[in-house]
Design a protein around this ligand. Structure first.
Ligand SMILES: NC(=O)c1ccc[n+]([C@@H]2O[C@H](COP(=O)([O-])OP(=O)(O)OC[C@H]3O[C@@H](n4cnc5c(N)ncnc54)[C@H](O)[C@@H]3O)[C@@H](O)[C@H]2O)c1
Length: 243
């Protein structure tokens, strides 16, 4: 399988390049082993999709930002990727969504993978829009699309909230591998096998994702989460929109 990776110079892109070496790595910030590709450039994305079997689309703004910026990069960029995949016959696209697409849902045990969007920010709204574009391209053109509602992907948990939301780099790679063989349209939580995870396992089970890591081994040093912090999106839910 030849896989085009966008956003390859970023944190998760770097983790994936170390674990899935066959990726064709691109980013708007080129680096050693990473070719330049701006996902808002429709023609360049179309060229990059030629001869590809799947796109793993991570490239974009990964935090809250001005509405016009997240619209231009996250939403329009994703439309360019899906459009290019359709035009060049790429059958499969994996989209990096986020827990912030549903960040204003209250803490609920086993919150479904496809809980309806309740964005907590313009960023979260852009992720919900990306998922919705993925659904459109699946329904209209039959693309296989998996949207990953990623929790907190980092080398190790750093905050009490991460005890529930952590996605280890190795599990991220397992999740992408499973997504690359899935058929149909899926929304799947991107979270490890954390003892304290809030989120359903059903979506991961449906695509054969088997997480192995558990944030609990750091529980002693991280302390307990704030019990009043009871929304999925955590601190993002209290930040000003656009800032
Ligand atoms: N890290 C997490 O815990 C987490 C959680 C939820 C969702 N996500 C999503 O996963 C993806 C990767 O996140 P990350 O943590 O690696 O973020 P990151 O900011 O480290 O990486 C994002 C990359 O996208 C690139 N990029 C920005 N604009 C681009 C453009 N126009 N064209 C091509 N590339 C562009 C950046 O240069 C950067 O290298 C993002 O879409 C993010 O929203 C991450």
């Amino acid at each position: 399988m030849t896989i085009l990776l966008t956003g390859a110079s970023g944190a998760i892109g770097t983790m994936l390049r170390e674990r899935l070496p066959a990726l064709r790595a691109t980013d708007v910030r080129p680096a050693d082993g990473v070719a330049e590709l701006d996902v808002t450039d429709a023609e360049a994305v179309r060229e990059a999709c030629r001869g590809i079997d799947a796109v793993v689309h991570l490239g974009g703004i990964a935090d809250e930002g001005p509405f016009e910026d997240v619209l231009a990069v996250n939403v329009r960029g994703t439309e360019r990727v899906l459009q290019a995949a359709r035009e060049t016959g790429v059958p499969r696209v994996v989209l990096a969504s986020s827990n912030h697409a549903v960040g204003l849902h209250p803490y609920t045990e086993d919150l479904p993978d496809d809980a309806q969007p309740r964005p907590d920010s313009y960023y979260g709204w852009s992720k919900a829009a990306m998922e919705s574009l993925g659904r459109l391209y699946h329904d209209r053109y039959g693309l296989h699309v998996v949207c990953l509602r990623i929790g907190s992907c980092k080398p190790r948990p750093e905050h009490p909230r991460d005890l529930a939301s952590w996605l280890s780099p190795d599990d991220m790679a397992r999740l992408v591998r499973a997504s690359l063989t899935a058929t149909g349209f899926h929304i799947v939580w991107g979270v490890s096998a954390n003892t304290r995870r809030w989120w359903s396992r059903a979506g991961g089970d449906a695509i054969g994702y088997e997480p192995r890591d558990d944030a609990e081994r750091w529980a002693g040093e991280l302390g307990e989460p704030d019990p009043t912090d009871d929304l999925v999106g955590g601190p993002m839910t209290r930040r000003p929109l656009g800032g």
